[in-house]
Design a protein around this ligand. Structure first.
Ligand code: GDP
Ligand code: CA
Length: 337
């Protein structure tokens, strides 16, 4: 297999892709050629405008991670970051300083915003930013595509005793960063999703690749939003490539983030089995051929197999590049056999 397409959110997705690329280069992923090309289709429903600049958290997490610029200790943003602009904004008491924008990171958003305002599409801007981050490290082996060039935003309706309706609607980032995913979710609203079109290259990547991977990203607000762009789910259903997914849920819990809260909001149990069945088997209304669960969830395998999915249990903690490469190898092996 030479052309691999991976859907992605931010942290979980990029960690997986980094391990996959490491594994491919090291010849640790049997079945994938060492010069394989990886196309990443990233979620853009977390995107927001802050202080006049366009911020794309998941695109940037993938870009910084694969370009060796990510701060792994903090878990988001640029390494060697400084915070002068944030301090100055706080001194002005402007709203929105709950969203941390570092000085280095802001340069990315300034370039993006200038290019968007000059008339370039988000895909074109992303390709330009990747000239700096991906090209020097990966050459033409990795491509990063936004799921869409259209504006799609996840909003969250939360309980708010101070509002006459008893509800407040906030951007997903405000729910996650300011409210720390700590308030009950009434409803998720995917603004703009129904009118969005897949970004340039997205459908081609899905239909012409040799393998499609759904990494351990958030099933609702990362992968769910990618699949929600009209055409993309259909692309996964139609492609002749096998489609394999990896559970972000281990032993009934997300590893980090807020997948448990998001799954509850759409009425899906936070278990590896329920998430696999939620994605579902291709040919029976779903998008997957295979689903990897952690060894702690091995008892989920029979129900998954009964639904028609290929399923197996292997360790799913992405604790090192090697461990993640082994997860990728198990995923490929599951659908290649
Ligand atoms: P976000 O956009 O930054 O939230 O990142 P993603 O949506 O790409 O990934 C978030 C998901 O990654 C969460 O649901 C986590 O449970 C999952 N995750 C993080 N680390 C690991 C890991 O080591 N193993 C597995 N299986 N899942 C992980
Ligand atoms: Ca995200």
């Amino acid at each position: 297999m030479r052309d691999i397409t991976v859907l992605s959110g931010g942290h979980g997705g990029s960690k997986f892709i980094s391990g996959l690329l490491h594994g491919i280069s090291a010849g640790r992923v049997p079945g994938i050629e060492e010069d394989a090309r990886v196309t990443v289709i990233a979620n853009t429903a977390d995107d927001l405008w802050m202080h006049g600049v366009k911020v794309c958290p998941d695109l940037d997490t993938v870009m910084y991670t694969l370009g060796n610029g990510f701060d792994h200790e903090r878990g988001w943003g640029r390494k060697a970051e400084t915070w002068s602009i944030k301090e100055e904004l706080e001194a002005y008491e402007v709203p929105g300083t709950w969203f941390g924008l570092g000085d280095r990171d802001i340069a990315t958003h300034l370039v993006r915003t200038q290019m968007l305002e000059a008339g370039f599409s988000l895909s074109q801007v992303t390709a330009a930013l990747c000239e700096r981050w991906l090209k020097p490290v990966w050459g033409d082996r990795v491509r990063l595509l936004p799921m869409t060039d259209d504006r799609v935003e996840t909003h969250v309706a939360v309980k708010d005793a101070d509002s006459p309706s008893g509800l407040a609607v906030v951007h997903f980032q405000e729910y996650w960063v300011r409210l720390r995913a700590g308030v009950p979710v009434e409803k998720l609203i995917f603004v703009g999703q129904d009118e969005a079109k897949p970004g340039p290259g997205v459908m081609d990547a899905l239909l012409k690749s040799d393998l499609v991977i759904v990494p351990p990203s958030n099933p609702v607000v990362s992968i769910g939003t990618v699949l929600g762009v009209p055409g993309i789910r259909e692309g996964l259903v139609a492609t002749s490539a096998p489609v394999v997914g990896i559970s972000p849920i281990i032993s009934g819990h997300h590893v980090r983030g807020m997948a448990e809260q998001m799954l509850a909001a759409v009425g899906v149990d936070a278990t590896a089995a329920a998430v696999g069945l939620h994605y579902g088997k291709r040919g029976s209304g779903g998008v997957l051929d295979g689903w990897l669960v952690d060894t702690a969830d091995a008892d989920a395998v029979p129900a998954l197999t009964e639904s028609g999915l290929k399923a197996t249990a292997v360790p799913l903690w992405m604790s090192s590049e090697d461990a993640t490469a082994d997860i990728a190898a198990a995923a490929v092996g599951l659908v290649a056999r």
